[in-house]
Design a protein around this ligand. Structure first.
Ligand SMILES: [Zn+2]
Ligand SMILES: [Zn+2]
Length: 413
């Protein structure tokens, strides 16, 4: 045992003749940790004491019980040390995953310099290790936007991960720097914006004035910010269109639309609604439309849509076009009395159910009660008088007992 102990832990040596005290180092993953082990006279591990340096203690934090237990069950010092090494391996690995080694000093210096050029007023958040940065920007319509950058240790050789709230994918072009001293921050007065994007350079419109631009290599925060601003500009028309709808109509879904949300479900009154899917690249073109509600309300609207489709004018706003072709005024949220626009499901008495809202409506104009698809399905399935043909169930409305049909659709809401 002596020989194998010396082989496994050559830096751990007995401190007395009786070999009841060992002191020295245990090596794991190329690192040495100071420890001392005191054994009783019978050399039984279960009555031994383990004294750790503070480094070892920190790493074993959370593993004390396991170490204790291994100590209780190890037949001798040698097998305990093997067990301890294994526990240490695991603990070190966990720690490295949680706190990766810090990046080199250039990472911080170039980052601080870039934020300085960009303007510290653009920075809204930075975490303690400078790996996550949030920058803000305002688009031409005064909307506020954020971009979150997750920087890797190899920045700027490696592009950061960018997160934005856009309806389209946002990928930045990134050319890793090849020179140690990239030329940056050269300001040139009154440059046309049509300067060719050659030689790895981009034209970046400066925030404070549009009269001059900064030339900058494509691997920097400034370049990403410039690409972010350009993307905001290209999406302006989309957000103008959706903002007008969110402001002037009653949007049933989504409840709080994000900047990336392209779909809207808009209340039309009479328990009917229209679901539209706006194309972010062509926001004033005719969107994909789908009506939800009782047949006697929805059918005439469908007819109007196909009859008036030629009136659609991409020069007008999306909302104006919808009004023109459907020949309706969209009711605003405040204009609708709760009594004439009850949206709660008549079976479960709630509005939201697992993210779905009531989209089935009784066709009897005197009833027009809305239901969740799943609630109505469960209800009709439980009735002996209901019958099913393919994906359509025929039954009676739980409210007015008039015939009601339920088409099971794949659509979630
Ligand atoms: Zn329900
Ligand atoms: Zn009914």
């Amino acid at each position: 045992m002596e020989a194998s102990l010396l082989r496994q832990c050559p830096l751990l040596l007995p401190q007395n003749r009786a070999k009841t005290v060992y002191e020295g180092f245990i090596s794991v993953q190329g690192r040495d940790f100071h420890l001392r082990i005191e054994l009783p006279e019978d050399l039984q591990m279960k009555n031994a004491r383990l004294l750790c340096s503070w480094q070892l203690k920190t790493i074993l934090n959370g593993y004390h019980q396991i170490v204790q237990q291994r100590m209780q069950h190890s037949p001798d010092l040698m097998s305990f040390l093997m067990e301890l090494k294994m526990v240490l391996e695991v603990a070190l690995k966990k720690k490295q995953e949680l706190c990766p080694p810090p990046p080199p000093p250039q990472f911080y210096s170039s980052l601080i310099e870039e934020i300085g050029i960009l303007g510290w007023d653009k920075l809204v958040f930075v975490d303690t290790c400078l790996s996550t940065i949030k920058l803000k920007a305002e688009d031409a319509s005064g909307r506020k936007h954020l971009i979150t950058l997750k920087l890797k240790a190899k920045y700027p050789a490696e592009s950061p991960d960018c997160f934005v709230d856009f309806p389209v994918p946002f990928s930045v072009s990134w050319t890793p720097q090849v020179t140690d001293q990239p030329q940056r921050g050269v300001r040139i007065a009154v440059l046309p914006i049509t300067v060719p994007l050659s030689a790895g350079l981009v034209v970046y419109p400066c925030h404070c004035s549009w009269n001059f631009q900064i030339w900058y290599d494509t691997s920097s925060l400034i370049s990403i910010y410039g690409q972010f601003l350009a993307a905001l500009e290209s999406l302006k028309a989309f957000w103008d269109a959706t903002d007008e709808i969110d402001e002037k109509t009653w949007v049933l879904e989504p409840e709080k639309p994000t900047r990336s949300a392209t779909a809207r479900r808009i209340a039309l009154g009479n328990n009917a609604s229209i679901h539209i899917e706006v194309d972010p690249k062509h926001p004033t073109m005719l969107p994909e439309c789908c009506f939800l509600g009782a047949d006697h309300v929805v059918k005439p609207l469908g007819i109007k849509l196909s009859r008036n489709i030629h009136l659609w004018d991409p020069e007008n706003s999306l909302l104006q076009n919808l009004k023109d072709v459907l020949e309706i005024d969209f009711p605003a949220r405040t204009n609708l009395e709760k009594s004439d626009f009850s949206m709660d499901c008549g079976i479960c008495y709630s509005y939201q159910l697992d993210g779905a809202i009531p989209d089935q409506v009784c066709d009897n104009p005197q009833c027009a009660q809305p239901f969740h698809q799943i609630c109505l399905y469960e209800w009709l399935r439980g009735l002996l008088t209901s019958r099913q043909s393919f994906n359509i169930i025929f039954g009676e409305c739980p409210y007015c007992s008039k015939p009601i049909t339920l088409k099971m659709s794949g659509r979630k809401s």
